[in-house]
Ligand binder design. Structure first.
Ligand SMILES: *Cc1c(COP(=O)(O)O)cnc(C)c1O
Length: 400
């Protein structure tokens, strides 16, 4: 293939307008759902939130769901409900958004980083096991890009060592593992409904569980630690009807009815979103599988994945550029990529706590070469073609 001059060097960009790595899809039904609630009696904590939690249970196959104000709050509540605290250790992956580790810090515990599988980029069960100490209390396993973690093996390890398994499924609503929807497998599963995620409520999150005791604790953690049901009062029944009881220290992490309405409407389109995401992933896989300069993320057969992110990993041995040069060249072609993620312990907050580079060599190597290319259901076939063309054009320029 003849080398076509890159836009970053003054050539013509692959497309005229910029495309970004992710974007929500809001339609008229979503708008109507929100305005209907605005005209009703409840803006928050009303019947729409109750309905949403029921819908989340249906979608995830979980017995209980607690909606919260965002995915970070979901992780915080899960750590509280798990009873994690001072002196405990929580094992997670470095290849994630910082919140997956920060939630342990919120409750006074120490995040411990296990390395990832070099092919799937998900947390490596062997590395989890290698990092277990007598202080380990829980594992926060992240379904990175939407692909389910190796649930069976991780469950086995957690059971063997008496650990609580929290799944950070912020990327993974709609994903199934051996036919079971994500959300019904871990002890608790946390979701995020930020606009870049598969379904959105603007800001929003949820925790699902099958355990009634955890459910109660999640509820308390997210609603000021307040109980309203007389049969559950510590000081007994027979109080005045105004009485409610604060039993633990909780937070105001409530989702509003306005957001819940949007999310219910979005969830009704989850299958459609999921199908379109899978179509685009297939097109990308087909386009990139035969390009030796690009490494495609591998999937385990157990995961039927609704992909949140599409990652390309540059095979840097075969290219004369680094990731930054490739990334900037893509942006000049008007394909705005992103990098998910800077290993969490690279950040100054963690470095100051004594974490250092070299902790997770596999994750660090992956980080050097990855970027997320645009993936969202509203992309047209032309958009998808443009992204493929841009990747091929930049590869062609820099290949050795
Ligand atoms: C988005 C995200 C979160 C946090 O969710 P927010 O709703 O933004 O608070 C947590 N973990 C992962 C892996 C995420 O991608």
């Amino acid at each position: 293939m003849e080398k076509e001059k890159l836009a970053i060097h003054g050539g013509t960009p692959v497309r005229e307008n910029k495309i970004f790595y992710g974007r929500q899809w809001i339609d008229d039904d979503d708008v109507k759902a929100v305005t209907d609630v605005l005209k009703g009696d409840y803006l928050t904590c009303g019947p729409t939130v109750t309905l949403l939690e029921k819908r989340i249970c249906e979608v995830t196959g979980a017995k209980y769901a607690v909606s919260v104000s965002n995915g970070t709050a979901a992780l915080h509540c899960a750590c509280i409900a798990a009873g994690i605290g001072e002196g405990d250790e929580v094992i997670t992956t470095p290849l994630t958004f910082a919140a997956s580790a920060n939630c342990a810090v919120y409750v006074g515990a120490k995040p411990v980083f296990a390395d990832v599988n070099p092919d799937t980029y998900n947390i490596d069960p062997d590395s989890i096991e290698a990092h277990i100490t007598e202080k380990t209390k829980a594992v926060v396993a992240v379904d990175y890009t939407g692909q389910a973690v190796e649930h069976d093996r991780i469950r086995e390890i957690c059971d063997k060592h008496g650990l609580i398994l929290i799944i950070d499924a912020a990327h993974a609503i709609g994903t199934r593992y051996n036919g079971r929807p994500e959300g019904s497998i871990g002890d608790m599963t946390c979701f995020s409904f930020h606009p870049v995620k598969t379904v959105t409520s603007g800001e929003g999150g949820a925790i699902t569980t099958n355990d009634p005791e955890l459910y109660k604790k999640l509820h308390l953690a997210s609603q000021h630690g307040i109980v309203r049901e007389p049969s559950e009062f510590y000081f007994g029944e027979g109080q005045g009807s105004w009485y409610y009881e604060m039993q633990t220290l909780g937070y105001n992490y409530r989702l509003t009815d306005v957001q819940a309405a949007l999310l219910i409407s979005q969830l009704s389109k989850l299958d459609k979103f999921s199908t379109r995401r899978k179509e685009i992933v297939n097109k990308y896989n087909q386009a990139f599988n035969d390009i030796p300069e690009i490494i495609v993320q591998k999937e385990i057969p157990e995961s039927d994945t609704t992909r949140h992110l599409y990652i390309i990993q540059l095979n840097l041995d075969k290219l004369s550029c680094n990731r930054k040069e490739f990334f900037d060249a893509m942006a000049a072609e008007n394909v705005q990529c992103q990098v998910h993620y800077v290993p969490v312990y690279y950040f100054p907050f963690y470095e100051k706590k004594g974490y250092h580079r070299g902790l997770c060599p596999v994750a660090e190597k992956i980080y050097e070469g990855i970027m997320s290319i645009p993936l969202y259901p509203l992309m047209s076939d032309k958009d998808v073609e443009d992204v493929i063309t841009a990747v091929k054009k930049v590869v062609n320029w820099y290949k050795k």
